[in-house]
Write a protein that binds this ligand. Structure first.
Ligand SMILES: Nc1ncnc2c1ncn2[C@@H]1O[C@H](COP(=O)(O)OP(=O)(O)OP(=O)(O)O)[C@@H](O)[C@H]1O
Length: 315
């Protein structure tokens, strides 16, 4: 691993941020490690942007710390060389060309024109380097934001919803680039409100909801948490409920839909069928569904599949 690409640990430790009565971030702790892409995930309003803004010294924490390599952003000697950040809604001067946009930052970062062109090539904007940013699509602006982030060849990358506005081809390109950058030893922290958007990119996941941590693990460990569910439908709603209670499955009901419909976890279709048969209960549907990662994510953040609240979530 070359020294210039060496990432640093990003550590968020008992971080809290309140805006008046709103607790945007609530005693949040997690780490993102070098050589890995970490997905920072949570529904809209979960507190992701606030956390990233604190990490970058743009917002003051109410309590707790957010550090890169053990230092707060403001304490870094050459912040733009250590940390590259692209936050949501980056603003670009519409009359400036892509190259001129980078030239504005180049002196602060301490790089020359050649490096500006190099990063434009890296993000696929080489051919439009001299075009005005005003005419760029959202996807092209995302690429330009990323180019700005990479200017100082930083070991740590912090990207807020970088896949927003990218078409499938752009997302595939971003995935390959982020994997490549982490492969060089950098720490890559990337936020998203949709797990499926980043699940092929990330090694680790940090999932938050309402400002607090609900899950942190490798993606593989998260996948192992996914469990199949069985949907049971009976025309006799009352007796279906009785059957669930008498079998001791009340805490295995993932979801109660309309009367006569129940979704159960940690019990097989065969077991349910046998019990129903023994009880003489008429069953119209008994369907096993493998849970996808997205289902697990929604369950963890308390936004189970449409139709009702989830039980047995991580909170
Ligand atoms: N400057 C602010 N003043 C008041 N409330 C704020 C401010 N910034 C964020 N909030 C509130 O803090 C909570 C967390 O917002 P934040 O933007 O961090 O969430 P997020 O996970 O990034 O969501 P999104 O993906 O929608 O940006 C929200 O309830 C938001 O309304």
């Amino acid at each position: 691993m070359s020294g210039t690409h060496e990432g640093a640990v990003v550590a968020v430790d008992h971080l809290t941020k309140t805006f008046g009565a709103v607790r945007a971030v609530d005693d949040l702790s997690f780490t993102a490690r070098p050589g890995r892409v970490t997905g920072f995930l949570g529904p809209n309003g979960a507190g992701k942007t606030t956390t990233l803004r604190i990490l970058l010294g743009l917002v003051r924490a109410t309590s707790g710390t957010a550090t890169v390599g053990g230092r707060r952003y403001g304490e870094l000697t050459r912040p733009m060389r250590s940390v590259g950040a692209a936050l949501e809604a980056a603003s670009f001067h519409p009359g400036r060309s892509a190259l001129d946009h980078l030239r504005v930052y180049a002196p602060q970062v301490g790089v020359d024109d050649a490096r500006c062109r190099e990063v434009l090539d890296l993000v696929g904007l080489g051919p439009v380097a001299d075009r005005r940013v005003g005419g760029f699509s959202l996807g092209m602006r995302q690429r330009l934001g990323l180019a700005t982030t990479l200017l100082g060849d930083p070991g740590v990358l912090i990207l807020d919803e970088p896949a927003n506005g990218l078409d499938p081809e752009g997302i595939a390109w971003l995935r390959a680039l982020l994997r490549h950058l982490a492969g060089e030893g950098r720490t890559v922290l990337v936020s998203s409100h949709v797990l499926s958007e980043v699940q092929q990119t990330v090694d680790d996941v940090v999932i938050i909801a309402r400002g607090t941590l609900v899950h942190q693990s490798s993606l593989a460990e998260l996948a192992a948490l996914s469990e199949p569910s069985v949907r049971v439908v009976s025309p006799d709603a009352a007796r279906l409920d009785e059957l669930i209670a008498s079998a001791g499955w009340t805490d295995r009901v993932a979801r109660n839909g309309s009367p006569g419909v129940a979704v159960l976890r940690r019990v097989s279709a065969a077991e349910i069928g046998a019990r129903a048969f023994a009880a003489g209960l008429e069953i119209h549907e008994l369907a096993t569904r493998e849970a996808g990662l997205e289902d697990t994510f929604l369950r963890l953040v308390g936004e189970g599949p449409a139709g009702g609240a989830t039980q047995g979530g991580a909170r």
